[in-house]
Write a protein that binds this ligand. Structure first.
Ligand code: GLC
Length: 803
């Protein structure tokens, strides 16, 4: 069953059955202001941080779901009938006539009812001029398709939030008396008494015909947003009050002749004196159209830097649009705002941010660089990363403030957590992320930039990388394998002094990236020293972790193996299976066995299980994973993030058919017709999909905020299509299904555009036998820095140079 379709030309997902089992979300905002919005216009927005900068309220896990929202009501002033432009909250039981179109950084809600066609577009313009106040626009159009003149009330409605999310949800004896409303210059103002100078406003492009500033006045007692008193009364009452629950409700009355269309713009924003008037002036109808066009150009530019034209329609759709969009949203908003992550955290998760930044430096070089520098500053001088930290701690502004008369004892000002809370993988991800950034941009000078450590001292970026490596090479257990510490990539595998194969393999992979940089930059002493350490770790892994069928996942602190083929549960783990190959530790024979075992134990039609069979017995030596329900999240679900690791492994083994089989299983776009099972966005990877050991096998959960977005993009573009920037050349080394005749793609790299055409006449899965650049046979693809260049590759059986 499906609820929507892809409109590739408009770059939209069109939901024409709005009664889908779960909300389908989208993200607005590309700079400071952000919003997460459902296909029914439910959701919330914030400025800078969803934890400290909340503008509108969300009732997490509430009923009715996904409210409140940024809603618009229509009222027929003759009959008194009213409804909302989005199906929720006041569209009644029947969703007929409603539609939602989610586009790139905007969403459109449409309805056709009672002789009127209406639409509401939500967008957050880019702040072209740094002086512009951030604002969200609700762009409403109403057309009279009946044959009589109509008098229609258009009411925009938002519920304000206290800025600090915890404060908004607790201690009402304070928070209900420090936020209040006012009405000035045609705008409802929400001010927070404890926070000087901070005001929210809700305004419209023309002077309103009525307003409310309190929830009690607009919604009324014993009612909800489905049947607000404000729409049943003849007119709004113009109530404002200091204290209570401030809202912004504004009414505009329209007279519409038959066939006539009118437009009303509402603005929601934060700013000082005159902000509403400025919003009106900048974003009149023309300004609003311009803002939407700017957003379109913003995405057009990013999407144009890599475009795939393969025989696989959904792969093209994903890589050229939705996958990159999702990956970008993770880099922009970090991971802390969705309907699941409801904004109770601020800052950066170390490992998540490093991986997000690693995967899309071509589309987001500036933002990726900013994230890398924040992470480098979040690294302690001992080498590990602060697992979860707020870059603001280290910036001039210092701590984020949430003023309140309530006495809350402060925490240790140093903010530095000890090794007890260090995760063994965090800082290791930084190394490939740094090296990928340099390969992308050629900015080798940046490696000399001095960046402070979180606790004491400063070093060049290069030395920061060495600290991370030194830390991991020193943190080894009794088998000579790296310790798991508080957790490795898997938050629920808590090995402490036990050993983690995943971290050992990641350390090897990170060192490979470091060595590539060292060799290219002439840092021979580092290349030799770290090369030797890496070989030592590889040997230890081969010696201690090979279990006859695959590599173990690790050892508990008391020396018990985890992930052995002889175990009854938690036998096989995707992380260690994939990374043993990706790190180059597994021999070719071992790789064959491992990939066959992955297929036998972990493959499902919805993707690869994280481990199988799920754990059923609690074992705190292994960790929290054994306390999670079987088939859920880290215990035997299809955890999406590590799935692309297996695609990379399959590509490294030359198995393009296998890589595509796994890619196809996870690809959200492939699930559009199975929405009754998936129950989540078919345009977004989800954190996990219920596994075989769960009754809801196949149900996807937690869209958008997941490392699978970046990794899926990284694995598909760099390993399946094989386009990889190096220090001094561009590699194209595809690993594709044998059935493909070839594919084409465009890659913008260091100022030049490469038009790549791959032919596969012998129907191999991997292997390049001939290369031409700009029509001439070539040994490699150089850095051109400008112009448009043709790259022609032929794949074939003859063992050729992989260029
Ligand atoms: C979540 C976390 C991520 C972790 C993963 C596996 O996605 O954000 O950091 O690696 O779970 O536990």
């Amino acid at each position: 069953m499906k609820y929507g379709t892809f409109d590739d030309r408009k770059r939209e997902y069109v939901i024409d059955r709005v009664d889908c089992p779960q909300s389908l979300t989208n993200y607005l905002g590309t700079q400071r202001m952000g919003a997460v919005i459902s296909h029914n216009a439910g959701g919330y927005c914030w400025l800078d941080t969803p934890e400290y900068g909340r503008i509108t309220r969300f009732r997490p896990n509430g009923l009715p779901t996904d409210g409140p929202g940024h809603w618009v009501y229509l009222k027929d002033e003759e009959t008194g009938e009213y409804w909302s432009v989005s199906w929720q909250p006041a569209g009644g039981e029947d969703p007929t006539g409603y539609r939602c179109r989610h586009g790139l950084s905007y969403s459109v809600f449409e309805c056709a009812r009672n002789g009127l066609e209406a639409s509401q577009t939500l967008l957050i313009p880019r702040e072209a001029d740094p002086g512009t106040d951030p604002v969200e626009i609700l762009d409403v159009r109403v057309r009279n398709v009946s044959d009589r003149e109509r008098r229609i009330g258009v009411v925009g409605y938002v519920e304000f939030s206290f800025h600090h999310i915890s404060f908004d949800n607790e201690n009402f004896q304070m928070s209900l008396y420090c936020a209040g409303s006012d009405y000035r210059d045609g705008a409802v103002i929400c001010d927070l008494r404890y926070e000087e100078g901070e005001e929210e406003f809700f305004a419209s492009d023309g002077m309103p015909d009525g307003f409310e500033g309190t929830r009690d006045a607009f919604i009324g007692p014993y009612r909800t947003e489905r049947n607000p008193l404000g729409l049943e009364r003849k007119a709004l009452t113009g109530t404002v009050e200091k204290g209570g629950n401030p809202v912004g409700a504004l009414k505009r009355c329209l007279a519409l002749a038959p066939g006539e269309e009118k437009r009303v713009l509402f603005y929601l924003g934060r700013g000082g004196e005159g902000a509403a008037a400025r919003a009106r002036a900048v974003y009149d109808a023309e300004g609003c159209d311009r803002a939407l066009e700017e957003l379109r150009r913003f995405w057009e530019d990013k999407l144009g830097r890599f475009r795939a034209d393969t025989p696989h329609e959904n792969m093209n759709r994903s890589l050229n649009l939705w996958n990159l969009y999702q990956a970008e949203i993770n880099v922009l908003f970090s991971r802390f705002s969705s309907f699941i992550e409801v904004g109770g955290r601020t800052g950066l998760g170390y490992r998540d941010t490093a991986q997000d930044a690693m995967c899309i430096p071509h589309a987001e070089p500036d933002m990726c660089l900013k994230r890398l520098e924040q992470l480098l500053h979040g690294q302690v001088s001992a080498g590990y990363g602060l697992h979860l930290f707020d870059p603001a701690w280290f910036e001039e502004a210092g701590d984020r403030d949430s003023a309140s008369p309530t006495v809350v004892p402060g925490m240790d000002a140093s903010r530095i957590h000890g090794i007890r809370d260090a995760c063994a993988d965090d800082a290791l991800w930084l190394i490939p992320a740094i090296v990928e950034y340099v390969r992308e941009t050629g900015n080798t000078a940046w490696l000399e930039t001095k960046i402070p450590y979180a606790d004491a001292g400063e070093d060049s970026v290069w030395e920061h990388m060495k600290r991370a490596l030194d830390f991991s090479y020193a943190q080894v257990g009794s088998h000579g394998i790296t310790k798991g510490l508080r957790a490795d990539w898997n938050d629920c595998l808590n090995l402490g002094g036990g050993e983690s194969a995943m971290v050992a393999f990641l350390l090897i992979w990170a060192t490979e990236h470091f060595l590539d940089a060292a060799r290219n930059l002439g840092r021979t002493a580092d290349a030799e020293a770290y090369g030797a350490r890496m070989e030592g770790m590889k040997e230890a892994c081969r010696r201690e972790l090979w279990d006859g069928e695959w590599y173990l996942r690790g050892f508990t602190a008391d020396g018990r193996p985890i992930g052995s083929h002889t175990a009854e549960e938690g036998k096989m783990h995707l992380e260690s299976a994939a990374w043993s190959v990706v790190s180059g530790t597994a021999t070719p024979e071992q790789t064959e066995r491992i990939l066959a075992a992955v297929d036998a134990w972990l493959y499902t039609p919805y993707g690869l299980l994280l481990n199988a069979p799920s754990f059923t017995k609690r074992d705190d030596g292994v960790g929290f994973i054994t306390r999670v329900y079987p088939g859920v999240k880290e215990n035997g679900a299809i955890f999406s993030h590590p799935n692309p690791w297996a695609w990379v492994a399959a590509c490294m083994a030359g198995q393009g058919d296998l890589a595509m089989k796994y890619y196809d299983a996870l690809l959200p776009e492939n699930q559009n017709d199975r929405m009754e099972i998936r129950q989540a966005e078919p345009y977004s990877y989800c954190q996990f999909i219920m596994g075989r050991d769960h009754s809801a096998f196949g149900r996807a959960r937690h869209p958008f905020m997941t490392g699978s977005a970046g990794w899926a993009y990284y694995a598909a573009t760099r390993y399946m299509l094989g386009v990889r920037p190096e220090f001094h050349s561009l590699t194209v080394d595809p690993c594709i299904p044998a059935a493909w005749d070839g594919f084409e793609c465009v890659r913008v790299w260091r100022g030049a555009e490469y038009r790549i055409s791959v032919r596969n006449p012998e129907h191999v899965q991997k292997g390049v036998v001939a290369l031409k650049v700009d029509g001439r046979a070539a040994e490699f693809i150089p850095v051109f820095r400008e112009g448009v260049h043709d790259v022609e590759l032929q794949m074939g059986k003859r063992k050729g140079r992989n260029v």
